[in-house]
Design a protein around this ligand. Structure first.
Ligand SMILES: Nc1nc2c(c(=O)[nH]1)N[C@H]1C(S)=C(S)[C@@H](COP(=O)(O)O)O[C@H]1N2
Ligand SMILES: [Mo]
Length: 220
């Protein structure tokens, strides 16, 4: 082999480099230029608003549990102690709420969804996830997006235990989708073969919810 590239190779290499720089074809958090950080139609806030159905459950840690069910090799039922014994990760990410506020640089600590899935071992037929919370809330997303490298089952925000109003003791954070996908007070994760609508998705919100494509509401 020679080091010399054919014109075709170098053209491909150039466009691949450009795609990489632009984050083309990638889902999830990518290195976007700072000027591109705010998705269309969003404005920046410094505070952290509380939004939910108005029923904020208070869950005692000794009765808290997390279940992983459906298309997995190993169904899981984790106590708080079991959950704390899983590998802990820290990620920093932005929040984009469909009601048009965004908040930059939130520091989360908890269990990376990938680490939980490593325990449960999704079956090959698992393509989507339904999340069910202690307040009865549900929301759906593709398994690949649930397993994004910066998706986290968060128990702390900015170094403090996650407060009950924001979904404590544990909530999901999926930074690359609108925040309604980030279930607070998460109780159960079901791996499914096909997509099904959760609460807001049955009420006119988009099935996927990509802020960069402004997928706020469903088409019909
Ligand atoms: N369990 C549960 N999770 C939920 C909701 C809810 O009502 N119940 N609301 C969603 C919506 S619409 C938003 S915008 C975010 C708000 O999270 P925050 O109150 O921490 O800002 O939580 C999401 N997760
Ligand atoms: Mo929301």
């Amino acid at each position: 082999m020679t080091d010399q590239q054919t014109p075709v190779d170098s053209k491909l290499t150039t466009s691949k480099r450009r795609w990489a720089a632009e984050g083309k074809f990638l889902t999830g958090r990518v290195a976007r230029p700072e000027t591109d950080r705010l998705p269309p139609g969003q404005h920046l806030v410094k505070n952290w608003p509380v939004l939910d159905l108005g029923q904020q459950p208070s869950i005692a840690l000794d009765t808290w549990k997390l279940e992983v069910r459906g298309l997995v090799e190993t169904p899981l039922t984790l106590s708080w102690r079991d959950f704390q014994a899983l590998e802990q990760s820290t990620f920093v990410s932005d929040i984009h709420c469909v009601t048009t506020w965004s908040r930059y640089d939130n520091k989360w600590k908890g269990v990376a969804t990938r680490d939980l899935l490593d325990r449960a071992m999704p079956k090959a037929e698992a393509n989507y996830v339904m999340l069910t919370s202690y307040d009865g809330y549900t929301t759906n997303l593709p398994l690949a997006d649930f397993a994004a490298e910066d998706a986290i089952l968060a128990t702390a925000w900015e170094g403090q235990p996650l407060t009950a109003d924001h979904g404590g003791p544990m909530r999901l954070i999926v930074p690359h989708l609108y925040f309604w996908k980030s279930a607070k007070w998460l109780r159960r994760i079901d791996l499914m073969p096909a997509d099904r609508a959760g609460f807001w998705e049955m009420n006119g919100y988009h099935m996927f919810g990509d802020p960069w494509r402004e997928q706020r509401y469903s088409e019909d």
